[in-house]
Write a protein that binds this ligand. Structure first.
Ligand SMILES: Cc1cc2nc3c(=O)[nH]c(=O)nc-3n(C[C@H](O)[C@H](O)[C@H](O)COP(=O)(O)OP(=O)(O)OC[C@H]3O[C@@H](n4cnc5c(N)ncnc54)[C@H](O)[C@@H]3O)c2cc1C
Length: 296
């Protein structure tokens, strides 16, 4: 491949996955699980990292029938149901009718049933992903791009800390389930209140603690920051690995804890903002290139 100096080569396009909702389950007052069937399982190429995600695609009303049809699930109403081609829509539609994308973790891939589980935070009526999940019904169709994902826990870590807010709970629990049975460490999960706690399974040596925003008074540190500070850290930073994902400002506060107080090296930590208070994902993603959006 030839490259022009200064011009970044185009990223390879993620495959389009055509998905059909099979079920929706309320996991807690603030989280819903949507189980999605892969219409063409052969298009889905699984990857190793336990924290893997797709970009869900939300089409502008009136554009659902445009573009070259992709084979998809039969739509009982207007058979044969077909999904448009995302990349074609992206290239041909004007800015105000472009498809919108949202990152969602693949909480679990079940190959024998050709299905993906995704757990969505219910954060009100604003946005696309949360409101869509709240109303998803069996038979609903949606497009996703992916999967993507990079971070894989080291099987040799002496102590692992997993810290997440609600949006990153699905990724945190997928990581926890992928740790070796001998893993030692702590899992700290921040949600609104005890009503948002879910059943968790993982290695016996990984102590799980839920912390609650409802317990935090005005001006106090966020519950997750306090919990990370109070965790049972080993005396030396060697052999420690950290997975800390969630709201952007929360992650910035953790950056101080991890790199300044705990003296961890960059390669010991996966620190990632998943969303930002008061920002849609489009704004949040575009700010990643600006000082306000940078975490490390
Ligand atoms: C790699 C990755 C994996 C992710 N995995 C998941 C996942 O498994 N489950 C999940 O729910 N989210 C996940 N997220 C976060 C999700 O992509 C964002 O929360 C996204 O903004 C949701 O889109 P939306 O259309 O619902 O809301 P948007 O249109 O993006 O935002 C509308 C409004 O809602 C607010 N908002 C957005 N998310 C939240 C939230 N979680 N809590 C409170 N307010 C919010 C915004 O600040 C904005 O004011 C992940 C993000 C990344 C980068």
């Amino acid at each position: 491949m030839t490259t022009t100096p200064g011009v970044r080569p185009a990223r390879p396009r993620k495959p389009q996955l055509n998905l059909t909702v099979r079920s929706r389950e309320q996991l807690s007052p603030s989280m819903v699980r949507v189980v999605l069937g892969l219409d063409e399982p052969e298009r889905y190429a699984d990857i190793d990292p336990p924290e893997k995600y797709v970009k869900l695609v939300f089409l502008h009303p009136g554009t659902e029938d445009l573009g070259t049809a992709q084979p998809g699930a039969e739509d009982p109403g207007t058979a044969p149901g077909r999904n448009p081609d995302y990349w074609e829509l992206k290239e041909t539609l004007p800015g105000d009718r472009q498809p919108v994308t949202r990152h969602l973790t693949i909480r679990r891939y079940v190959p024998e049933r050709n299905e993906l589980w995704m757990d969505f935070v219910l954060h009100g009526d604003e946005g696309f992903a949360g409101p869509w999940a709240a109303r998803a019904e069996p038979g609903d169709r949606i497009i996703a791009l992916g999967p993507g994902g990079k971070w894989t826990p080291s099987p040799n870590a002496a102590w692992t800390l997993i810290a997440a807010d609600d949006a990153a709970v699905p990724a945190a629990l997928a990581v926890l389930e992928a740790l070796p049975a001998s893993a030692q460490g702590e899992v700290l999960l921040e949600v609104d209140s005890p009503r948002d706690v879910q059943p968790v399974s993982g290695p016996a040596g990984m102590a799980v603690r839920w912390v609650f925003r409802a317990d935090v008074g005005p001006g106090e540190d966020p519950a997750l920051v306090r919990a990370v500070r109070e965790a049972g850290w080993p005396t030396a930073p060697e052999g420690v690995q950290v997975f800390a994902h969630g709201e952007r400002e929360l992650m910035k506060a953790l950056r101080e804890e991890l790199f300044t107080r705990r003296r961890l090296e960059r390669d010991q930590v996966s620190l990632s903002g998943y969303w930002a208070q008061g920002r849609t994902e489009d704004v949040f993603q575009s700010e990643k290139k600006l000082p306000v959006g940078k975490i490390i």
